[in-house]
Design a protein around this ligand. Structure first.
Ligand SMILES: Cc1cc2nc3c(=O)[nH]c(=O)nc-3n(C[C@H](O)[C@H](O)[C@H](O)COP(=O)(O)OP(=O)(O)OC[C@H]3O[C@@H](n4cnc5c(N)ncnc54)[C@H](O)[C@@H]3O)c2cc1C
Ligand code: FES
Length: 345
C-alpha cells in the first residue's frame, strides 16, 4: 500500500494549508480529494500554474514540459504540484495568497454564452462571452486567465481576457488560431452565437504589482496583448500615475490587430506610449520595424531605463525578452511573465 505523507502549503501571506497525500498521487489531486482547490489549470505539467518551491522534504516529479519548469528551476527545488509525488512529508511555498485557495467547488465554474465571434487579423479571432443567469459578476485580477471548455467535450484551454473585471458578465478573449488546434477549430468553425460554454473561474498569478512610481513596460507577442490590455485598462480605470509603454509585436502587418483600440487608449492615457513592432514589414509600414525583443533592447540600452517588465505571449518570445532584460541589468524581481504554453506539451 502506498505510504501517506503530510503536505504543508505555505502561501505568500504566510498562512498554511495542511493535508495528506499518498506517495502514488500528485499533490493537486490529493488536495482536490480533500476539497482543497489549489491554483492549477492543465494538471499535466504543461502550464506552470501550479508552480511552487519545495522548501522541505523529498518528492518525485512525473512528466512535465521543460518550458513550464526549466531545468534551473527544477534544480533550485521548484515543483509543479500536479506532477509532484511526495516521498516524505513536504513543505511547499506557493506564489499566491491564502484567499486564492477555495475549499468548495461552489462558484468555481459558471456558464457563459457566446455573444460575438469575429476575425480581427489574419490569425486572431475576438471571442466574446457573456455570463448567463442572474449573477453577472465576472471577477478577476487583470492578467489572470480563465479555462474554457469546448462544448460537448471535456477539453479545456486557458485564455486571458482583454477586458477588466465587470458586473455585466462580459469576457473578451483574443484567440490566436493554431492550425488543427482543438479550441482554435472550435472558435473558427464550430462556435455559434448563443452557444453555452463552461468557464472555470479566474486563475494565475500574472497581475500588476505595486512598486511605487516605477514605470511599467509591457511586452506582448501576438495575443499576449490580451492580459496586457486588461492591465493597462485597469491602470486607466484607477488613474494609476506610472508611465507605461506597450511593446506589441507580431510577425507581419496582416497579423496586427486592435490598432484603433490601442490608439484610443493612448489618447485617454497621457502616461501610455505605444510601440507596435512588425518583424517582416513592408515599405508602407509606419510603426517600429523589427522584433519586439530588438526594439525593447534598443530602448532600454539607449535610455538606461529600469522599469518593471510584464512579458506575455509565446514562450520563445518571453524567454528572449527575459534574456534582454537580464542583459541590460534589470533584476528578475522586476520581471513578471506569463507564457502561453501549448496544452500538454
Ligand atoms: C495561462 C495561459 C493563458 C493563455 N491565454 C491565451 C490567450 O489569451 N490567447 C491565446 O491565443 N492563447 C492563449 N493561451 C494558449 C491557449 O491556451 C492554447 O494553448 C492555444 O490556443 C492552442 O489551443 P488549441 O486547442 O487551439 O490547440 P491544441 O489542440 O492544444 O494544439 C494543437 C497543436 O498545435 C500545437 N500548438 C498549440 N499552441 C501552439 C502555439 N502557440 N504555437 C505553436 N504550436 C502550438 C500543439 O503543440 C499541438 O501540436 C494561453 C495559455 C496559457 C497557459
Ligand atoms: S496545472 Fe500543473 S502545470 Fe498546469
Amino acid at each position: 500500500m502506498a505510504a501517506t505523507h503530510q503536505v504543508t502549503i505555505i502561501t505568500q501571506d504566510n498562512e498554511s494549508v495542511v493535508f495528506e497525500c499518498r506517495s502514488d498521487e500528485d499533490v493537486i489531486s490529493a488536495a482536490l480529494r480533500q476539497d482543497i482547490y489549489l491554483m492549477a489549470s492543465c494538471r499535466e505539467g504543461g502550464c506552470a500554474t501550479c508552480k511552487g518551491l519545495c522548501s522541505e522534504g523529498d518528492y518525485i516529479l512525473g512528466k512535465f514540459s521543460s518550458q513550464a519548469l526549466p531545468y534551473a528551476e527544477e534544480e533550485a527545488g521548484e515543483v509543479l504540484l500536479c506532477t509532484c509525488y511526495p516521498s516524505t512529508d513536504i513543505e511547499v511555498e506557493v506564489p499566491y495568497t491564502y484567499d486564492r485557495i477555495s475549499f468548495s467547488p461552489e462558484g468555481l465554474f459558471f456558464e457563459a454564452e457566446v455573444t460575438e465571434i469575429s476575425q480581427i487579423s489574419s490569425n486572431v479571432m475576438r471571442f466574446l462571452l457573456t455570463r448567463t443567469g442572474d449573477d453577472k459578476n465576472v471577477k478577476f485580477e487583470s492578467g489572470q486567465f480563465f479555462d474554457l471548455e469546448i462544448p460537448g467535450t471535456t477539453t479545456t484551454r486557458s485564455y486571458s481576457p482583454a477586458n477588466i473585471s465587470n458586473k455585466k458578465g462580459e469576457l473578451e478573449f483574443l484567440i490566436r488560431i493554431v492550425d488543427g488546434g482543438k479550441f482554435s477549430t472550435f472558435v473558427k468553425k464550430d462556435a455559434q452565437i448563443g452557444q453555452k460554454i463552461q468557464v472555470k473561474s479566474a486563475s494565475g498569478i500574472f497581475s500588476l504589482k505595486e512598486n511605487g512610481f516605477t514605470p511599467r513596460y509591457f511586452v506582448a507577442g501576438g495575443t499576449g496583448l490580451a492580459p496586457v490590455l486588461s492591465m493597462v485598462q485597469h491602470m486607466h480605470e484607477w488613474s494609476e500615475p506610472q508611465k507605461c509603454v506597450i511593446y506589441f509585436g507580431v510577425n507581419t502587418e496582416e497579423e496586427v490587430f486592435f490598432l484603433n483600440e490601442l490608439e484610443d487608449l493612448a489618447a485617454k492615457m497621457p502616461t501610455l506610449e505605444l510601440r507596435i513592432c512588425v518583424w517582416k514589414y513592408g515599405e508602407s509600414w509606419q510603426g517600429e520595424k523589427g522584433s519586439v525583443v530588438d526594439i525593447l533592447r534598443r530602448d532600454l540600452t539607449e535610455t538606461g531605463a529600469k522599469p518593471d517588465l510584464y512579458l506575455c505571449g509565446p514562450p520563445g518570445m518571453v524567454d528572449a525578452t527575459f534574456a534582454v532584460c537580464e542583459e541590460v541589468g534589470i533584476s528578475k524581481e522586476h520581471i513578471y511573465l506569463e507564457k502561453f504554453l501549448p496544452s500538454g506539451s
